[in-house]
Design a protein. Structure first.
Length: 357
């Protein structure tokens, strides 16, 4: 089921769907199911909702501790991928991904507490009165990470000496900078991390999706050429510190728009390889990548790994960007809710965390 990302389903907060590594740019193939038909991984743990304030806005979150906790336990901050992604890891284009929720359950089973939160523009947090036509100051997402980490440490079950930041997709760029953002040097889990600069990743994704749209008959050859040319013009303008051309194709408005330009320019300045080189020596790092990830390629992850002197890497077979089992045989289920969370993730996380402290 393919729908243009410019459809009304994206609601007023298309401006925050800055796509990068988590969602489709022009076409989405994810559909929503009523109820999941596969059991979730791990265990539910003991959860409670809480909130904290960032720039005057209330941010809603969920803290989950392993059941029957005595004393303090290791704890993880989970940072979502791109766009208006809520605390469970769901966005308009993938409403049933549950990436963060599944990671929470796997962590709870491994004896690790976690905190996950709604990014600005998503979930219960919502837009908090912001004008949807105004650009968002990109540093607010840094401040959300800082406040969320502080809230994690404030929970009585948490051992502040045993912490980890788990970043999924775009969230990995924030995890890689955790040592600069918070007064700590947490371990890092980078799940489906970008390995190249943001605008280059977007360019590759756009190119692939345009070719797919052309093959499906959703775009003719002329439209494809125009979109590719306009996308490159948009990237060049932002990289050169210039205003976006005013004649870009409307199909690119969820990516190259004045609403997104500040964020795109800001986050594109971070080269993941440079960030990897700057991670403090001795920081435990685990890189998780799914071999059927259509958003982050093997070459991307290979490039990222070149920046580390000592990091573990686990490639998960037959799984996609949100670490659900990938199926491409005829008649295969396409709903996220119908595909199990990859079973290889839990032992990889548990083994890594057992040796992280």
């Amino acid at each position: 089921m393919s729908t243009p990302t410019t459809s009304p389903a994206h609601g007023r907060w298309r401006m925050l769907a800055v796509v990068g590594a988590t969602t489709g740019l022009l076409f989405s193939t994810a559909c929503s199911g009523e109820d999941p038909s596969v059991p979730p991984p791990g265990v539910s743990g003991s959860a409670r909702d809480l909130s904290f304030t960032v720039d005057g806005a209330e941010v809603f979150a969920t803290f989950t501790a392993p059941s029957d906790t005595t004393g303090t336990v290791p704890a993880a901050l989970i940072v979502s991928g791109s766009g208006p992604t809520d605390r469970d890891g769901n966005a308009p284009t993938r409403p049933d991904a549950d990436t963060n929720l599944n990671l929470t359950r796997v962590l709870a089973e491994a004896g690790v507490a976690s905190l996950r939160y709604d990014k600005l523009g998503s979930g219960e947090t919502g837009a908090d009165g912001l004008d949807p036509d105004d650009p968002i100051a990109p540093e607010v997402f840094d401040r959300q990470v800082v406040a969320a980490f502080g809230e994690l440490l404030a929970q009585p079950e948490v051992d502040p000496e045993r912490t980890v930041v788990v970043g999924h997709s775009e969230g990995a760029l924030f995890a890689l900078r955790a040592h600069e953002l918070v007064d700590a040097s947490p371990a890092l889990v980078l799940a489906a991390p970008p390995g190249t600069r943001y605008l280059d990743l977007i360019d590759r994704q756009l190119t692939e999706q345009i070719r797919v749209g052309e093959a499906r008959g959703q775009l003719d050859e002329g439209d494809s050429v125009t979109l590719l040319s306009d996308a490159r013009a948009g990237r060049a303008a932002l990289r050169g510190g210039r205003a976006l051309p005013d004649d870009l194709s409307p199909l690119l408005e969820t990516v190259y728009s004045e609403r997104n330009s500040a964020f795109l320019t800001w986050i594109d300045a971070f080269d993941p390889v440079d960030l990897a080189r700057d991670v403090p020596e001795g920081t435990p790092v685990l890189v998780l990548w799914a071999e059927q990830d259509a958003q982050v390629s093997r070459a991307d992850v290979d490039r990222l790994m070149s920046g580390f002197t000592d990091a573990e890497r686990v490639d998960v077979p037959d799984a996609d960007h949100v670490f659900r089992e990938f199926r491409d045989e005829p008649g295969a289920a396409v709903l996220d809710a119908d595909r199990p969370f990859a079973p290889e993730v839990a032992p990889a996380l548990e083994e890594f965390l057992d040796g992280a402290w």
